[in-house]
Write a protein that binds this ligand. Structure first.
Ligand SMILES: [Zn+2]
Ligand SMILES: [Zn+2]
Length: 202
């Protein structure tokens, strides 16, 4: 009888251990999934989630049992789904959902399309940068670095370009049209036509 008890106890012990290992695997898979989701959003927004932000979010996810922190004894406590969703929405998704305000040219205050970054990495629309170059302005108006005149087509930010076409297609197309109209009227002015007066039909 004593032997059977021991065997049973051993079996229960092994089963418990297997369950613990499964839980551990589940935790790791969860942590990996969260990391991938955050990374994907980072990619899609072309905005980086600052390291400080990650340090803030990870303990938060850990506190609701979603991601295991190495020293957290309660890590395997099952989280309530609604709580997870609320926390994720307010703490993780909201700050990295793209807002057009983050993609404005700070000179013309409309969407920076087509987007170009001089070597100081500040974002402008190609049109405003071209105007600065035409004026011979060498300093970036944001940081005063001498980066404006050396910027060329290799400074066009194609990642942000594609991103804008995905997220703000209306604004991008509108800006493109406005740019073309402005360039056309400049061309006419250069040829001596007065674009301010009414169009005269002969
Ligand atoms: Zn601009
Ligand atoms: Zn700058």
């Amino acid at each position: 009888m004593r032997y059977k008890d021991s065997r049973d106890a051993l079996e229960v012990f092994i089963k418990l251990n297997m369950q613990l290992i499964d839980l551990k695997k589940f935790q790791l898979a969860n942590a990996e999934a969260i990391r991938k989701i955050l990374k994907k959003y980072e990619k899609r927004t072309a905005l980086t989630l600052p390291v400080a932000e990650q340090d803030r979010i990870l303990p938060l996810l850990s506190s609701i049992g979603l991601v295991a922190m190495p020293s957290d004894p309660n890590a395997s406590r099952p989280p309530s789904l609604s709580r997870v969703l609320v926390v994720l929405m307010t703490e993780s998704l909201l700050p990295i959902t793209p807002f057009i305000d983050d993609y404005l040219c700070l000179i013309c205050t409309s969407i920076a399309f087509k987007p170009i970054r001089p070597d100081c990495r500040h974002l402008f629309c190609v049109r405003c940068l071209a105007k600065m170059q035409k004026r011979g302005q060498a300093e970036c108006p944001l940081c005063r670095a001498q980066t404006v005149l050396t910027a060329d087509r290799t400074n066009v930010d194609y990642a942000v370009w594609n991103f804008m076409m995905d997220w703000f297609p209306k604004e991008a197309k509108k800006k493109l049209k406005a740019n073309e109209a402005e360039a056309a009227s400049e061309e006419l002015e250069a040829m001596g036509f007065d674009t301010q007066s009414e169009c005269v039909v002969m």
